[in-house]
Write a protein that binds this ligand. Structure first.
Ligand SMILES: C[S@@+](CC[C@H](N)C(=O)[O-])C[C@H]1O[C@@H](n2cnc3c(N)ncnc32)[C@H](O)[C@@H]1O
Length: 400
């Protein structure tokens, strides 16, 4: 169901709550960690909206600003530098009004795609976080994402809201295939959906969004009846993330469902070259899962423990995957490097703490060697930490 964007901000909807939960809960640990790097933080909300919904709920700008404020107030770090920039094509005046308690912020009236390069031009050595939450898919140019990855930043992270079913629908239109709109979109209110026709121009635009033409063979398989639209969405999302991995080492993909058991309609995609950012996002997805599940199921309890993808959590399976992955560490390997690769392979199927617990058991059983630096506490006892933080490293090596 397509709607004009005017009433998007009248009442905050369930999927906006889900997105904001993930954004807000990630930003808290992210901002506190990033302030410790002594490098400035540049936070850009590229499709900021009004700042606030008319029902009084905070939009993404106020959620981020409250967190940044809290982190700056509670840090012991001196001379911290934070810049927050909010871009919106239609609502710069509302933003000015709703963000007036934060006079140090910058509001840009215009298009993200026209402004972002100049905004980032002098941000070398900064930690840059871009929140990218458009209505449709048209503004998601992959060449811009590649460009950001080449910037001389201290770190760069993107959180992208990708309307993956919207992409499949428009890809069907562009290749002249019919698409059962009603079956898929009757529970999804879309604002300003991207509309494409069967033309070379549409195909070029979709190639630019996808970062290649791999999506065309997915639509061809759908047209031949080899796969259904759900399979097409999953295959597209997987290949989209693989394409992002050409520029970003760590890419995580979190399906956003409006109701439990439904197929995902959106994907929140986190891309970074920062190993610890990826691990932080894994824990964020897992920790927030209870809340997100509550929103999706209207408070009904599931009969079994589920992961972020509504799949039943099988602890034996997690142990087996941990064994398979870490038994390949035949040389000393940084624990956090190995963990990040584990989650790239399997997705955020459990928290980093769950895998660390399993590794500790392997250590106790003499199957995994763990080298900690420092290896002794100030009281002369062997250290047992499992996190690589300032002044602490952990390496692992498989024994048998
Ligand atoms: C999904 S809403 C953002 C909601 C916001 N993240 C929140 O949670 O409150 C998308 C916003 O993008 C704006 N917009 C549309 N096209 C744009 C463009 N090319 N560049 C920047 N903003 C755009 C719209 O005016 C709208 O406010």
């Amino acid at each position: 169901m397509a709607k004009k964007n005017d009433d998007f901000f009248v009442k905050k909807k369930a999927w906006s709550v889900v997105k904001d939960e993930l954004l807000g809960c990630y930003l808290k640990p992210y901002v506190s960690k990033i302030l410790h790097t002594y490098k400035p933080l540049v936070y850009v909300d590229c499709f900021a909206g009004k700042g606030k919904f008319e029902d009084g709920n905070d939009g993404s700008p106020l959620i981020a600003l409250r967190i940044i404020d809290e982190c700056c107030a509670s840090t012991k770090m001196k001379s911290i530098q934070v810049e927050a920039i909010f871009i919106d094509l239609n609502y710069a005046d509302d933003l000015k009004e709703n963000l007036k308690a934060y006079p140090w912020t910058k509001i840009v009236s215009g298009k993200y795609e026209d402004n972002i390069k100049s905004i980032l031009r002098d941000k070398e050595n900064c930690n840059v976080f871009l929140y990218i939450d458009p209505y449709g898919i048209k503004a998601l140019q992959s060449s811009l994402f590649d460009y950001f990855a080449k910037g001389q930043f201290s770190s760069i992270e993107l959180l992208i809201n990708m309307n993956s079913f919207g992409f499949i629908r428009e890809a069907c239109h562009a290749l002249g295939t019919t698409f059962d709109e009603k079956a898929l979109f009757d529970d999804l209110v879309e604002y300003e959906p991207t509309k494409m026709d069967a033309s070379d121009k549409s195909i070029r635009e979709l190639n630019e969004i996808a970062g290649g033409d791999y999506w065309q063979s997915i639509i061809e398989a759908y047209t031949k009846g080899e796969i259904n639209t759900y399979d097409a969405e999953v295959q597209f999302s997987e290949q989209y993330c693989m394409r992002l991995m050409k520029s970003y080492t760590y890419v995580l993909n979190m399906p956003v469902r409006i109701k439990r058991g439904h197929r995902p309609k959106y994907r929140l995609i986190h891309a970074t070259n920062h190993r610890d950012g990826c691990l932080l996002m894994v824990d964020n997805i897992c920790n927030r899962w209870e809340t997100l599940r509550g929103i999706q199921s209207g408070g009904q309890m599931a009969l079994w423990t589920e992961n972020y993808d509504n799949q039943m959590v099988n602890e034996d399976d997690i142990v087996a995957k941990t064994l398979e992955h870490f038994s390949q560490c035949i040389n000393w390997t940084s624990l956090h490097d190995a963990l990040a690769v584990f989650f790239m392979k399997h997705g955020p199927i459990c928290s980093t703490g769950d895998v660390k617990q399993i590794l500790k058991k392997f250590e106790k059983d003499g199957r995994l060697a763990i080298l900690r630096n420092p290896d002794m506490t100030v009281k002369g006892k062997p250290t047992a930490f499992m996190s690589e933080e300032k002044g602490k490293t952990v390496s692992v090596r498989w024994i048998n």
